[in-house]
Design a protein around this ligand. Structure first.
Ligand code: R5P
Length: 294
């Protein structure tokens, strides 16, 4: 029992210090609940409001694609350099050590393999399992203009509903079918639809012409996917241009794990995303780290 005699009767209410009410660092996210904001800051760095997500979920429709054949060998060593890991629950449980305490963005849609119509996805995880895995967000593919457009959007809105119930954000991933044109007009349409229908943030592709109009018209944060493997300098340039034009970071896969020096390129990417380092300087850093095998 507490010793009543030691209770002090003097109190300091700091009447001269107004209580702070600070805006949340991520755009469009002020009205979210505490748990949702906390999870988002397990994805986005609280200091910069940006993220370097490492995307390694490709196996959910591609199987063991180049660079992901042995994820214990190729991906686990990169974890210290990622702000967040985007992966499936199968890889999370089988390969990723639970000592990884940063955010996990869980691939939550799937179904068709590369041999079939990719837009014909279903929700591929139960919310209870996502909670069990302590994930920071749920990622769902949205095929605007695709054959199963409505179904994929419905997958997203259902995940938004259950995510909201438990304070788990949803990442809307805009998937551009082969028959569609990857331009700013399409990206504005797809990203805005994801945001309007409740995604907490959206992943899209960078387009050289008019990307700033994509970020301007999307009320929640946008991150860019890397797409096909580029020369390292080109990948760094793309990341630089995207963040300078309003992206809140990258969600890169192949341009990291298919690089000759994955650990060097992800460290260089961090400099571009979090410190606005010029791509040429970041490329020099990449070459140095590659030489030193760091
Ligand atoms: C599709 O496979 C996934 O959504 C990937 O996470 C996404 O495409 C990002 O990976 P990459 O940078 O390789 O395009």
């Amino acid at each position: 029992m507490a010793d009543k005699d030691s209770i002090k009767e003097t109190h300091n209410y700091y009447l001269d210090i107004p209580m702070k009410s600070e805006p949340f660092i991520l755009r469009g996210s002020n009205s979210l609940d505490w748990g949702m904001k906390n999870r988002l800051l397990n994805i986005f760095c609280p200091d910069t409001g940006r993220t370097v997500m490492l995307a390694v979920d490709h196996g959910y429709f591609l199987g063991p694609t180049t660079g992901l054949e042995r994820m214990d060998v190729t991906i686990v060593p990169l974890l210290p350099y990622a702000d967040t890991l985007m992966c499936t629950r199968g890889i999370l449980r089988s390969i990723i050590p639970p000592t990884f305490t940063k955010g996990v963005v869980l691939r939550s849609s799937g179904g068709p393999s590369i041999l079939k119509e990719l837009s014909n996805e279903e929700i591929a995880v139960d919310i209870e399992d996502a909670i069990r895995l302590n994930v920071a967000a749920l990622a769902v593919q949205v095929f605007v203009g695709g054959e199963y457009e409505t179904k994929s959007i419905h997958n997203m809105t259902r995940l938004v509903d259950v995510g909201n119930r438990y304070g788990i954000p949803v990442l809307g991933v805009t998937a551009v079918g082969k028959e569609l044109v990857r331009d700013a007009k399409y990206m504005r349409l797809a990203t805005r639809i994801c945001a309007e229908l409740g995604a907490s943030y959206v992943k899209t592709y960078y387009v050289a012409d008019g990307f700033e109009t994509v970020t301007a018209s999307c009320p929640v944060p946008i991150v860019i996917a890397g797409g096909k493997k580029l020369q390292e300098l080109d990948a760094l340039r793309m990341a630089y241009d995207a963040v300078q034009q309003g992206a809140a970071g990258v969600d890169m896969g192949r341009n990291v794990f298919q690089s000759e020096a994955p650990s060097a390129i992800i460290q260089a990417l961090r400099k571009v995303v979090h410190e606005n380092m010029a791509p040429e300087e970041a490329h020099d850093l990449y070459l140095t780290l590659k030489k030193e095998k760091k």
